[in-house]
Design a protein around this ligand. Sequence first.
Ligand SMILES: Nc1ncnc2c1ncn2[C@@H]1O[C@H](COP(=O)(O)OP(=O)(O)OP(=O)(O)O)[C@@H](O)[C@H]1O
Length: 386
Amino acid sequence: MGKKGRHISLDISRDLITNSKPCPAQINFKDLEYSIAIKNSISNDSGKFMENLSLKFLPKNKDESKKKIILDRITGSFTPGRLTAIMGPSGSGKTSLLNLLSGRVSSGKVEGNIWLNGRSADSGSLGLVSRFISQEDVMMSTMTVREVVEMAIKFRVDGITQDEINVRANEAITTLELEKCQNTLIGDTIAKGISGGERKRTSIAMEMATDSSILFLDEPTSGLDMYTSALVVKLLRFISRSGQTVVSVIHQPSSDIFKLFDDIVLLSEGQIIYFGPQKQLVDYFSKLGFQCPNYTNPADFVFTDVLNLNEAELEKMKAEKFSGSKADYKFLKISSLAESWKSSEQCGAIKEMVESPILDPLNESNFTSSVDSSSSNIVGNRDRIL
Ligand SMILES: Nc1ncnc2c1ncn2[C@@H]1O[C@H](COP(=O)(O)OP(=O)(O)OP(=O)(O)O)[C@@H](O)[C@H]1O
């Protein structure tokens, strides 16, 4: 049978994941604002809608620097055992949110609160409790796929024997269908090694085989075919079921992939448009007057009808003789959707979760070590902090 028709089996040996149950970690944030200073290059007479455009400029004075708000006082909760997708147009703040919550932001100004299991979290603790798989996952180019997976296990799982390492590495490699390239060098732009898709799967295999309480991924399916994308997201769902908190930025998923997520966060212009169960998203927008047509992928519907101007809205804009541009009109729509979200029942439920967090203590077993591959050194964060 061809790949498309193949059933993706997730009958993975439980040894791989459940024997190494991570300690649950819930990450909550409230009124989180992330902004950066930018040089003022726009005159004050650039049009009355200028301040509404996607870059939100809050002028200090005419010639000085202003700030660009990347995340606009957002509140949310990521819970253990659930798989969440962060979706939104390019530039909406998805990667910035992941960076903030994994303690990877070094520039700009952060306001608001982040808590781990109810305790105030700084970037150090966020970095220790979570793992981050980036769009440009960095690995050591001179090592093979099997070597990097084994290395990740060795340095992130305490007191593991070589036999256990072999079992975990085999499982991860088989599950992600990396057998054929397991002895191929990772490579780099100069010395070509494994393909882009194999690289992504290797980075997930490295993660699968280790324990961490929170896993963040930035577009783990970009560059992968439909079959492999579905395989990867099914694996993330499986990983989440072992008690990990799994949060992934995802770019326009197919309907089948969309349905694998428990929760969806929709961002636009750094604001939350929706944050809640995937199964309730269509109903939420239908109550706001946006009907998802039958047999339409809800992810496509959200991008075309909700986050963009639909036909009816373009007509309305003309009829109203709106004096600004389409971008201005769209900005007003997004602001109104963000206001609707803030006054929704679902937003109230999220706020309640933030106010009554899981209070399990965070202990050493929540903390993972990291592989600092950019400098080819293995860095034990645990050693640095504890
Ligand atoms: N350190 C920074 N300095 C200047 N601008 C920044 C910085 N970090 C983020 N931005 C800007 O903030 C906005 C959000 O960026 P971010 O990378 O979070 O978006 P995104 O939703 O992940 O986009 P994409 O889907 O294109 O990756 C963008 O306009 C980006 O240019």
